[in-house]
Design a protein around this ligand. Structure first.
Ligand code: PLP
Length: 398
């Protein structure tokens, strides 16, 4: 019998997409559904982005482009890095890809041999596990429950790094929205310095989406000697409301950026000219849309937390970035809703969707089965309606 490669036995479709599909199906059947499931920013970029695309279309060369990324795009990203407090990189330190997901996959291919270990905290963004599985790497999962604010401690990191080839760090976090403070980053950086054989991937794609004035901080500024091992991952998807345009970046040591170029030359060749123009315009043009959206998300974060705080038994560390809230809803386990017993996050999310038409992603998709993820980027009125139904569902539990 003809067989697929073994790695396809390890690859799974995204659990988040499965919830979104179910919600879509119920909607198609005429149900009134509020979706808190997909992590999309739900806004469009400014008009200047579309104007740049029209101009690029008029000038399209129709030719293959640079495997690293067009110079204008590399320079726009270098400028973006500087603004984020990451100066000192050149074009040789950066490379592009078809979104951060593609870039992360390329990094896994470039850094991990089968059997090597990659460590990251739990809850994690689902794709980390899948990418590790596909390349045959072992995962070392570092539990960071609600009781420790979903954040990794220096002692945990110190214990995890021996035998680890790659440490993958996500700040601000999907799915929790937690953001590490300057002091917390400095304490983790201190540990990283003591383990010189570990690559450090910083998935910082939400670095412009930070609230309460706490700012985005990184290991390199805390300990500059980490620069030759830290690889930053970024994307236009969330900050600029452009998830479908598919542009991601890395910045790091030249040897890693060059590896990305080699991967691109064999996989994708280049990012199309029109998409390049859109990304350059987003990164270098007026920043009013992302800034205004960030403020809006901060307000929505407060709205979600106010609802959750009013439910007895629900624990929810206060997120300070991205657009996610990750409450611990395990107080509902062992109860029933309209005769439907709830023993897990999956039971909870299924019953909530069925009874109230509210779609959330079960925490087990992110390795933390006591919680669920609420992505709160939907329009304000819909958010209020969804939150009201969520609270109602909890109140009706017996
Ligand atoms: C933490 C994290 N990293 C990477 C990505 C992938 O982003 P992109 O759309 O650039 O592929 C996502 C998307 O949800 C994410 O949440």
């Amino acid at each position: 019998m003809l067989k697929l490669a073994e790695r396809m036995g390890r690859a799974k479709p995204s659990a988040i997409m499965a919830v979104a599909e179910k919600a879509k199906q119920l909607k198609a059947e005429g149900r009134d559904i509020v979706s808190f499931s997909i992590g999309v920013p739900n806004f469009l970029p400014g008009e200047h982005v579309y104007a740049a695309v029209r101009e690029a279309l008029a000038k399209d060369s129709g030719q293959y482009g640079s495997n690293r990324g067009a110079d204008a795009l590399l320079d726009a990203y270098l400028h973006h890095l500087e603004e984020a407090g990451l100066a000192g990189y050149t074009r040789k330190n950066v490379a592009t890809g078809i979104g951060a997901k593609h870039v992360l996959y390329n990094l896994a291919e470039a850094l991990l041999n089968p059997g090597d270990t990659i460590a990251f905290s739990v809850p994690y963004w689902t794709t980390y596990v899948d990418i590790a599985d596909i390349v045959g790497a072992k995962t070392k999962l570092l539990p960071c429950p609600a009781e420790q604010n979903y954040k990794l401690t220096p002692a945990q990191l110190d214990a995890a790094l021996p035998g680890t080839k790659v440490f993958l760090f996500n700040n601000p976090s999907n799915p929790t929205g937690m953001v590490y403070t300057k002091d917390e980053i400095a304490a983790l950086a201190e540990v990283l310095v003591r383990h010189p054989d570990v690559w450090i991937i910083c998935d910082d794609i939400y670095n412009r989406m930070v609230f309460d004035g706490i700012g985005y901080h990184n290991f390199i500024n805390a300990r500059p000697e980490l620069r030759d091992r830290v690889i930053h991952v970024d994307s236009i998807s969330k900050t600029y409301g452009m998830p479908g345009w598919r542009v991601g970046f890395i910045a790091g040591p030249e040897v890693v950026a060059q590896a990305m170029v080699t991967m691109n030359s064999n996989h994708i060749t280049n990012i199309p000219e029109m998409v390049t123009a859109a990304a350059v315009a987003a990164l270098t043009g007026p920043q009013d849309v992302p800034q205004q959206k960030n403020l809006e998300f901060q307000g929505k974060r407060d709205q979600v937390l106010a609802m959750l705080d009013a439910i007895p038994g629900v624990k929810c560390p206060r997120p300070q970035g991205a657009f996610y809230v990750f409450p611990d809803i395990s107080c509902a386990f062992g109860k029933s809703h309209e005769g439907v017993r709830i023993d897990s996050d999956i039971d909870f999310c299924n019953a909530l969707l069925q009874a109230k038409g509210v779609a959330c992603v079960p925490g087990s998709a992110f390795g933390e089965p006591k919680g669920l993820r609420i992505s709160y980027t939907c329009p304000t009125a819909q958010l209020a309606d969804g939150l009201r139904r969520f609270a109602e569902f909890f109140a009706e539990l017996k």
